[in-house]
Design a protein around this ligand. Structure first.
Ligand SMILES: [Zn+2]
Length: 298
């Protein structure tokens, strides 16, 4: 199998162990290091996905069958799961084709804006906070700029929420986000380790805050002081435009109160999820929807 590191030389270069041994041995070793790192990341995120997917079916916060309709079985409405997995598969294909190469290319760029002291573990933590702050504004822009909403709306048209909602994005939004990410990486000179760590953290956070997992009340309110929990994010998916346009945070829960977008409405098990006044179209209709001439809803 061809290693990811050999496909994307920059990743290999970054992770190359600096020793004086033979070139071939070093290249072999760095290929394995990069592959192992990416494999661990995917395995950890995958395990988190499976864990939450199972737990949200054992302890649901919202009664799945009632909201998903009569067709909902033990794992949920299969047609809905099929649509969400369909979007995910398209996005998985875009990763190695577009998102990883352009990110790896951007990492090699140095704007000179990054000070020398910004490094090591404190630098990594600072990068994660900076990127989370920027993604708050990117998400907010996706709601406030009608062109971006055309694509982001597909994520919101889901009539129910669970872990699979976290990977349901229109390919256009994935590409636009990749463009935003490239700009940020280049401007702030974000190193590859921070990019990979942030990517994993966003997935772990998104799987958690979209999940239908019922947490003990004390645990949920404790966690919500620091991070976005399902009770906060579900309000963002309530089919009321005023609620949809609130609670934009991804990882940390500090940005919404800071920038006036925190909505403290409590999550109700039977609240309506989706986009106000918009039924969810079929999979192919949703792929085409952003490109159709119609007055944007955003
Ligand atoms: Zn949104």
């Amino acid at each position: 199998m061809v290693g990811i590191a050999s496909i994307f030389p920059y990743i290999a270069e970054t992770l190359e162990p600096k020793r004086g041994g033979g070139q071939a041995a070093a290249r072999e070793s760095m290929d394995q290091t990069a592959d192992t790192l990416l494999l661990y990341k995917s395995a950890a995120v995958g395990a988190w996905f499976v864990l939450l997917f199972v737990l949200e079916r054992i302890w649901p916060a919202s009664p799945r069958a009632r909201l998903e309709g009569a067709g909902a079985g033990r794992i949920g409405d299969r047609r809905r799961l099929g649509r969400n997995v369909g979007f995910w598969l398209v996005n998985l294909a875009l990763g190695p084709l577009v998102v990883i190469p352009v990110s790896a290319w951007a990492v090699g760029w140095d704007s000179g804006l990054r000070p020398d002291w910004w490094g090591g573990w404190p630098g990594l933590i600072a990068d994660l906070i900076l990127l989370d702050f920027l993604i708050y504004w990117w998400h907010r822009a996706n709601h406030e700029i009608p062109f971006l909403w055309r694509f982001h709306e597909i994520h919101h048209l889901d009539r129910f929420l669970d872990t699979t909602s976290a990977v349901r994005f229109h390919a256009g939004e994935v590409l636009l986000s990749a463009g935003f990410r490239v700009g940020v990486i280049m401007l702030f000179g974000i190193p590859l380790a921070s990019v990979l760590a942030f990517e994993a953290a966003v997935l772990v956070a998104a799987l958690f805050h979209h999940s239908n997992l019922r947490l003990p009340r004390g645990m949920e309110s404790g966690l919500s002081r620091l991070v976005i929990t399902p009770s906060i994010h579900w309000i963002h998916h309530r089919a009321e435009r005023a609620d949809t346009d609130s609670n934009y945070g991804t990882i940390l829960s500090i940005w919404d109160p800071l920038f006036g977008s925190r909505n403290r409405r409590p999550r109700e098990p039977d609240m309506e999820i989706g986009v106000e006044g918009e039924p969810e179209p079929g999979f192919l209709a949703m792929l085409a929807r952003p490109f159709q001439a119609r007055p944007p809803t955003g």
